[in-house]
Design a protein around this ligand. Structure first.
Ligand code: NAP
Length: 248
């Protein structure tokens, strides 16, 4: 039997990158998966690609996770089509990097609104169903820089550190109803977000990573599959690092 047979999942920021790989792996493991992203067209195209490759039921949705009505609508449409919602992956995230003295207030607020508030709003919308069902998994995609900090990313690292605090608080609040909440802290993963790194910077980073290379989106997806599946039933409030040993 497949790991997520009979389960339903909603993954934000799933049109590309890590979110897409999580949606693909969940679908391959038997889940019905809703992919939600800023562009409804791109979400639908990615959902169709996954359905064609895996035979799973998929749904492509447009949403901005920083807007509460969008979050409620996405959760409602997913549960409406699939009948329930078992797994939420808060993966949508943005960067607006700069040194602190050059960082505009609007760039701080924008990153917080998507990465931190967006995860809160999605978790709140999903929890309404999960707490009633007395079952559910919420997986928040944090970052190594939320654990270690990073020059030039004060807004992003603060949002990702905040996400770890949110994860632990939700885990405590929802545990009595068997809704488990965990975070994944990826290191440097090969996606569009890190695609802008110059070769020199990439080599320097790889030199610092004990495993000597960047991670693949599929390797983050494997961690998400573990946290979504039956093997992690006694794990909540934890941060699973997928970083090649860069931060221990
Ligand atoms: P990505 O390729 O840029 O994908 C992120 C997706 O989120 C994009 O499709 C983006 O849409 C979408 N998105 C942005 N704002 C949104 C909003 N307000 N509502 C809904 N969707 C929104 O990034 P990635 O590298 O796969 O990263 C995925 C997650 O992993 C992020 O939370 C990121 O912080 C985290 N992470 C990544 C790395 C890494 O090395 N790549 C490391 C640690 C953590 P548009 O394309 O339309 O903007």
């Amino acid at each position: 039997m497949k790991a997520l047979e009979g389960k339903t999942a909603l993954v934000t920021g799933a049109a590309r990158g890590i979110g897409f790989e999580i949606a693909m792996l969940f679908a391959a493991e038997g889940a019905a998966v809703a992919l939600a992203d800023l562009s409804a067209e791109e979400s639908k195209a990615s959902a169709a690609e996954i359905a064609a490759k895996t035979g799973a039921r998929t749904l492509g949705l447009g949403l901005d996770v920083s807007r509460e009505p969008d979050c409620g609508k996405a959760v409602g449409e997913t549960a409406g089509l699939f009948g329930k919602l078992d797994i939420l992956v808060n993966n949508a995230g943005i960067t607006k990097d700069n040194l602190v003295l050059r960082m505009k207030e609007a760039d701080f607020d924008a990153v917080m609104a998507v990465n931190l508030k967006g995860s809160f709003l999605m978790a709140k919308a999903a929890a309404k169903l999960m707490l009633k069902a007395r079952a559910g998994r919420i997986i928040n995609i944090s970052s190594i820089v939320g654990q270690a900090g990073q020059a030039g990313q004060a807004n992003y690292s603060a949002s990702k550190a905040g996400l770890i605090g949110l994860t632990k608080s939700l885990a405590r609040e929802f545990a009595p109803r068997q809704v488990l909440v965990n975070a994944i802290a990826p290191g440097f993963i090969r996606t569009r977000m890190t695609g802008g790194l110059k070769d020199e910077a990439r080599e320097k980073i790889c030199g610092l990573i004990p495993l000597g290379r960047m991670g693949e989106p599929g390797e983050v997806a494997e961690a998400a599959l573990f946290l979504a599946g039956g093997g992690s039933a006694y794990i909540t409030g934890q941060v699973l690092a997928v970083n090649g040993g860069l931060y221990m």
